[in-house]
Ligand binder design. Structure first.
Ligand code: ACO
Length: 278
């Protein structure tokens, strides 16, 4: 069942989730988000991403694990291509109309893209571990959504592709940094500028897949990962994730100092639990 108002704010209603092509089930510390527009191969719209951002902002603090998957045999066909047509998607602004008629300026477009990116950025939060469970295609924005997660558990029929350049665009939904961090700038250039498919086995070799399993084993593999992650103390998990995320930008000395600070916090917290009367 989706939470109503038990979190820091109000989660999107069932109706709002359905309009955004999403389903949300929260069970204690685990939130499961399903991209659910199977008739459009789980293509996503601006509303999908602003609604994802609202989920992130309003999840109950008890939630520690977020699993994102797609309905049926596909993760997502990426952005709904109708977003680029003058008529747009029902109830949503078209991306192109305001640019064609000159009523949207660059600053407005920047603000709009910032709002969409919020749907992806929260998945990096240190207090959460996020898992993309991927079956079939994860194209464009779908690939970027999977890249926003900490772990990518793939069925052996999974296929990633970064299609944006084939549409004359760039990948702007926060996927370029994790892609480069994982595969390096040269391989990332090749993947983006050929827009080719990266299938599950290659994804594992490149480090894009945390794990590849048979299609009928995907749910079990995700459940196993969730169970293992829940074994770890939440504060130790959050401090470790925060530390790991600093590492690429730190020198060895800076990272060693960050480890000392984080461990001092952890040891003090552990010592507190050992004091008489605690
Ligand atoms: N946007 C809108 N509708 C879509 C999208 C999409 N991205 N992808 C699929 N659909 C719709 C199709 O139009 C079709 O609708 P219809 O039944 O009303 O004609 C329905 O979903 C089924 O699509 P098929 O192409 O018939 O499904 P198939 O299983 O053969 O292929 C695949 C699936 C590979 C995902 C193919 O649909 C595809 O390549 N889609 C476009 C992918 C794309 O270019 N995405 C944008 C990337 S860039 C970005 O995300 C920013």
């Amino acid at each position: 069942m989706a939470q109503a108002s038990s979190g820091p704010g109000t989660l999107p209603s069932e109706e709002e989730l359905a309009q955004a092509g999403l389903r949300l089930v929260v069970n204690g510390p685990v939130a499961r988000i399903t991209i659910s527009r199977p008739e459009k191969r789980n293509a996503m719209t601006g509303r999908t991403w602003t609604t994802l951002a609202r989920i992130g902002q309003n999840l109950h603090k008890e939630v520690r694990i977020v699993v994102i998957t797609g309905e049926g045999d596909i993760f997502s066909a990426g952005i709904d291509l109708k977003m680029f047509t003058p008529e747009g998607v029902d109830g949503e602004r078209s991306i192109v109309t305001g640019l064609v008629d000159g009523s949207t300026d660059d600053a407005e477009l920047d603000t709009y893209i910032t709002e969409l990116q919020e749907g992806f950025l929260w998945l990096r939060r240190p207090d959460l571990v996020t898992i993309a469970a991927v079956r079939g295609h994860a194209i464009g924005a779908g690939f970027q959504l999977a890249l926003s997660c900490d772990l990518r558990i793939l069925a052996d029929d999974a296929k990633f592709s970064m299609k944006e350049p084939a549409l004359g665009l760039i990948p702007d939904l926060t996927g370029t940094k994790p892609l480069v961090d994982i595969v390096g700038v040269h391989r990332a250039t090749e993947i983006c500028l050929t827009t080719r498919q990266v299938e599950a086995d290659e994804a594992r070799e490149l480090g894009l897949a945390t794990l590849v399993v048979g299609a009928d084993e995907l749910d079990g593999a995700v459940d196993d990962a969730v169970a293992a992650l829940l074994e770890i103390d939440p504060e130790a998990a959050a401090a470790t994730k925060a530390l790991l995320w600093q590492a690429p930008d730190n020198t060895l000395e800076e990272q060693a100092a960050a480890e000392r600070v984080a461990q001092t916090g952890r040891l003090n917290a552990l010592a507190k639990t050992m004091r008489p009367g605690s």
